[in-house]
Design a binder for this molecule. Structure first.
Ligand code: SAH
Length: 249
């Protein structure tokens, strides 16, 4: 799958550079490649590079800014990840719905996925910059994930939703077939023709049919023949008949 475009992960005030590196790795695993760092405590950093493994390109192209406002200035959709529900209720999404929204809107606008500080998360002011909040369901008694683990869960859902969208599009493509599908009648004539030719060439003994025709029906049923394919097969059968007749003469 191609890199998911227009989606940036924003890490606010990250204290541990290892978390920045591990987040970059999680992003690359899932096909995302833009990270914005809001006042990171320690960046650039060798520790971040070490934890990024093969995702150092994401660190190299990281954008560093002074405030969350600046980080999301050109974004039409901002989603803030928060482990806790806050006093003011806010439109909430679960990770799956977040991914759906992101995949729907990624061609339309820039999207920011915002993650907070390891110790205190996002401030109320920062959370209010989000159109939505996303909470990853976890154990009530300990629902706060490691920052990079939270990044991974959200990016994984986005990757999954985007792959599904691709497969769905390919499946829809099958409906826009260049030929009409053969009708039941046409296929039935084909089976009769096939059976006759198999008898003529002594491949099939109608007195001892076993399950040959059932198997043939299942085989071609799985393929869902179109009219062109069916005509080719009938043409082959007709030519077999002609060459047998010529041999008889
Ligand atoms: N102790 C902080 C959590 C910090 S974890 C707090 O209570 O807010 C660092 C960041 O990871 C969080 O700001 C959030 O963006 C993300 N995160 C961690 N666990 C999460 C969860 N269960 N759901 C959504 N985001 C989560």
């Amino acid at each position: 799958m191609a890199v998911l475009k227009n989606i940036r992960v924003v890490l606010v005030n990250t204290a541990h550079p290892g978390n920045i590196g591990a987040s970059a790795r999680a992003m690359k695993n899932m096909g995302l490649n833009q990270v914005t760092l809001v006042q990171p405590k320690d960046f650039p950093s060798g520790v971040a590079v070490g934890r990024a493994a093969s995702a150092t390109d994401i660190l190299e192209s990281a954008v560093v800014v002074d405030s969350l406002q600046e980080a999301v200035a050109d974004c039409g959709l901002v989603i803030c990840a928060s482990a806790r529900s806050r006093k003011i209720p806010w439109p909430m999404l679960n990770p799956e719905k977040t991914a759906q929204k992101v995949v729907e809107e990624m061609g339309v606008t820039n999207i920011a996925l915002v993650f907070g500080r390891e110790d205190s998360g996002l401030s109320n002011e920062e959370l209010q910059l989000g159109h939505f909040h996303v909470q990853i369901p976890a154990e009530e008694k300990y629902s706060s994930l490691n920052l990079a683990a939270a990044v991974l869960v959200i990016c994984y859902e986005i990757h999954k939703a985007a792959s599904k969208k691709n497969t769905d599009a390919q499946c829809q493509g099958a409906e826009i077939w260049d030929q009409e599908f053969a009708t039941g009648d046409q296929v039935e004539h084909f089976y009769q023709h096939l059976e006759q030719v198999m008898i003529d060439i002594k491949f099939h003994d109608p007195k001892n049919p076993r399950q040959l025709m059932q198997r043939m029906r299942r085989l071609f049923g799985r393929v869902r023949l179109d009219v062109m394919e069916l005509n080719i097969l009938r043409g082959i059968l007709t030519n077999i008949e002609h060459s047998m007749e010529r041999k008889k003469d």
